[in-house]
Design a protein around this ligand. Sequence first.
Ligand code: TTP
Ligand code: MG
Length: 361
Amino acid sequence: MARKIIHCDADCFYAAIEMRDDLTLRNRPMAVGGGSDRRGVISTCNYEARQFGVRSAMASAHALKLCPSLVIVPHRMEAYKEASRVMREVFHSYTDLVEPLSLDEAYLDVSEVTACGGSATRIAEEIRQTIKQRIGITVSAGVSNSKYLAKIASDWHKPDGLCVIRPDQVEDFVRHLPVTKIHGVGKVTAEKMKRLNIHTCSDVRTFDVLELTRHFGAFGQRLSELAQGIDHREVKTSKLRKSLSVEHTYPEDLPDARACQQRLPQLLEELTVRLSRLSEDYLVSKAFVKVKFSDFTTTTLERAGTGATMDDYVGLLEEAVLRKPLSIRLLGLGVRFDEPVAKAQQGQLELFPAGFSEVFS
Ligand code: TTP
Ligand code: MG
């Protein structure tokens, strides 16, 4: 199944925070960085300053030559960190699969997210609106089926833009993509490509992998893939996930426990497939089931000492569905994982007595 990846990147991040907090800095070229007297460097600047050619990492003295009216303010790292924390909170309200790249940038894998009807475009738009409201800055977002294209897309309509490259548009988009947009193609490589008459990904495709490797060394293989829009890199979270689950809302309510049990094999199959995609670092600590009744109340039941086995789920489900004399809209199966530290102490887990815990919502 095609993945849905969102890349979010705040616009002129440090500068945006400064403009938010000081009205006098708006509508004029401004930058955040060190003063020109102390051999300072520009960290970033607003879009007005960019029109003068001012850029990140430029000496402040040089920036002032390009744009004499440039106002340079010092850093306020605490304010940037706080904004970054809230941004991540917003991302995590949709998924745990968040890979932060810097204070103002992150990838989200929303393939399994059900919010916004599962539409990555709507999720991205909602994230942008929420951040605007809660933090008072704009974020640009890119949506596509890979990290590589989502990142290019987030830059496409910057600032305050959203760009979506749907799976059926990938081929056309990539064909016309200038090679300079490919991550890893710096000045030197771009020059070399120009000499070979390579300007777009279409041009790259006229070379086979061997030729590309001859010209560009180890990067040749990757270049060949990217020119075809291929990028299988996963969104890597810094935090390990705590649980994994699958669930299904049925078009017609399931009348009783027997009907629910009949749905178990398919749900377990889906869960097993998803579990098999995880790294070996994950150790299942217990199983849980989720049941939503026809009155929309939800109950979950989990039990220590269970695993992702059919027997465990049969037992849990039997109990959970009997909690209300109602038909059932939704069934879910899941597992919780041990904390990473617990892995080393697996043998000791048996010391804890098996018990029940339950949640009603
Ligand atoms: P970026 O996202 O690269 O830049 P930006 O957010 O300022 O602008 P854009 O709209 O193009 O995304 O970097 C995020 C922040 O990191 C930036 O606001 C300041 C800091 N930074 C530096 O301190 N030095 C640098 O060289 C760069 C590139 C960024
Ligand atoms: Mg940014």
